[in-house]
Design a protein around this ligand. Structure first.
Ligand SMILES: Nc1ncnc2c1ncn2[C@@H]1O[C@H](COP(=O)(O)OP(=O)(O)OP(=O)(O)O)[C@@H](O)[C@H]1O
Ligand SMILES: [Mg+2]
Length: 475
């Protein structure tokens, strides 16, 4: 019946948190990369502005002083003040040739980024892009200042920054997962109690209740669970009381029917037999051909009386309280052995004392055994049927009666459910047995036994008070 399949909630939530954290880290890393690219671009633009202004000043100075020998372009001063690893600074004339260029050397201590990262970075940021500023003298563009950064240097720097973030992720993620898992385990610990409670209810332990929980949601579930268990217990108690009443009414009705049959039908049959005997005497004297009919009437009346006696016995069992349960059951077994002539053989095994049982327990157990033996004889095709009755007494004085009717016949067409209970198409017999057991607050199971056969098991609690009352009643 138990089926706790499906993935672990704690694991599932932890994996989700890990996925969300990884996504956050990826977004943060992306933001950092964009931010550092923006600041690199701003620095390059500033350098390009300075270079263009410096070149314009140099050109203006040459023209004012008419000094054709002065060196142009001269980016050495600018390069000295702004130079950084990988940064390149150049002047490109209108014709497109680079007349001067300065490049800062790349750092060699940074690890080369993986190819996939380099390709992605190149695609997203175009790191080798040039920043160009026109150099204007006397209103004419004479060339342009060009600034760029070696893409390999930019990619390596970005990989270095991203690598640091990834290292943080590597340390933080398992830590985060462990913390989330531990917090969830703690928060969900009460669900184990709820599951245990449900299992107890499923096993008919209606006294199961849940304690209050810290979490409001679980506390609400606990309250509903407790209310349901209380209502179920009350409904079951009502049903048991009603069933008990029905059984009493049914037994009373059977007694009434038996009385009527005995007093009316039985008397009439006896009268028919007497009349048949008297008619026979007359026939012997006056009309011998009627002798056969008279004998036939007497035989039929005798057969009907036999049948009636059997029906009366079934309708009104011996007074179990008076005889005692053990003696009544022994009588029942003897009756079956007499009728079946060893096919099947009925046996009884008693253990414990059954002298002090309440009359409701006596009467119901007798009826249950009566139906179980009838079923074994009717359906099982068994060679041996054993009735076991055991009184188990606890130290507290309370006890229980365990009853079993086992046969070695066919188990019928029923299928066993996951509890091992044989599921058969219930007739009035099994239904009545279940009702009687429920009315006594006991348990009934009907199982297949190996290698073949079935076993009907009933356990009925007997409270110490109930026994004492029975003793008083008997006194
Ligand atoms: N000892 C048994 N061995 C094999 N099958 C059994 C046994 N007892 C009961 N059964 C199966 O369980 C079914 C239900 O039994 P139940 O006593 O409720 O009804 P019934 O005996 O068929 O009819 P009723 O008792 O109402 O006259 C039976 O029809 C039979 O298939
Ligand atoms: Mg039956």
């Amino acid at each position: 019946m138990r089926n706790w399949s499906g993935s672990d909630l704690k694991l599932r939530l932890t994996l989700r948190v890990a996925a969300v954290a990884t996504l956050c880290f990826a977004v943060i890393s992306g933001y950092f990369l964009f931010d550092s690219d923006r600041s690199v671009r701003a620095r390059i633009a500033a350098v390009a502005d300075v270079a263009a202004r410096t070149l314009e000043l140099q050109q203006n100075k040459i023209q004012w002083l008419n000094n054709a020998r002065a060196e142009f372009p001269d980016l050495e001063g600018v390069a000295a003040s702004v130079m950084a690893p990988g940064l390149c600074l150049a002047f490109r004339s209108n014709g497109g040739e680079i007349s001067q260029r300065f490049c800062g050397g790349a750092q060699t201590d940074t690890a080369a980024p993986p190819l996939a990262f380099a390709a992605l970075y190149r695609r997203l940021f175009d790191p080798g892009r040039e920043t160009v500023r026109p150099v204007v003298a006397r209103g004419h563009a004479i060339g342009e200042a060009v600034v760029w950064v070696d893409p390999a240097v930019l990619t390596a720097e970005a990989w270095h920054d991203a690598g640091r973030l990834m290292a943080v992720l590597m340390i933080a993620l398992p830590l985060l997962c462990a913390l989330v898992y531990a917090a969830l385990s703690r928060a969900l610990r009460p669900t184990r109690l709820i599951r245990d409670g449900l299992e107890r209810i499923a096993a008919s332990d209606l006294a199961a209740r849940l304690p209050p929980f810290d979490l409001a949601e679980l506390s609400a579930i606990g309250d509903v669970f407790n209310q349901l268990a209380a209502r179920l217990a009350a409904a079951l108690a009502d049903r048991n009381a009603l069933t008990q009443k029905l059984i009493l009414v049914q037994d009373e009705e059977r007694r009434h029917l038996a009385r009527e049959l005995h007093d009316e039908f039985g008397q009439s049959l006896a009268a028919i037999r007497a009349l048949a005997a008297s008619a026979r005497l007359t026939a012997v004297r006056d009309c011998t051909p009627l002798l056969a009919e008279c004998d036939g009437i007497a035989r039929t009346a005798t057969d009907m009386m036999e049948t009636l006696r059997g029906a009366l016995f079934r309708l009104r069992p011996p007074d179990v309280d008076e005889l005692g349960l053990a003696a009544s059951l022994e009588g029942l077994i003897a009756g079956w052995n007499g009728r079946s002539r060893g096919q099947p053989r009925f046996e009884i095994v008693l253990s414990g004392s059954f002298a002090r049982l309440p009359s409701s327990v006596n009467a119901n157990l007798y009826r249950i055994v009566q139906e179980a033996l009838t079923n074994a004889a009717k359906h099982a095709g068994a060679t041996r049927v054993v009735l076991r009755l055991q009184m188990r007494e606890a130290a507290s004085g309370d006890g229980e009666i365990a009853l079993a009717v086992e046969d070695d016949g066919r188990p019928g067409d029923g299928q066993s459910d996951p509890h091992g209970d044989l599921q058969v198409k219930s007739g009035m017999g099994l239904l009545g047995m279940r009702e009687r057991v429920a009315a006594l607050g006991g348990r009934l199971s009907f199982e297949v036994v190996q290698p073949h056969g079935t076993s009907l098991r009933v356990v009925v609690p007997v409270a110490a008070g109930a026994e004492a009352a029975a003793v008083e009643r008997a006194a």
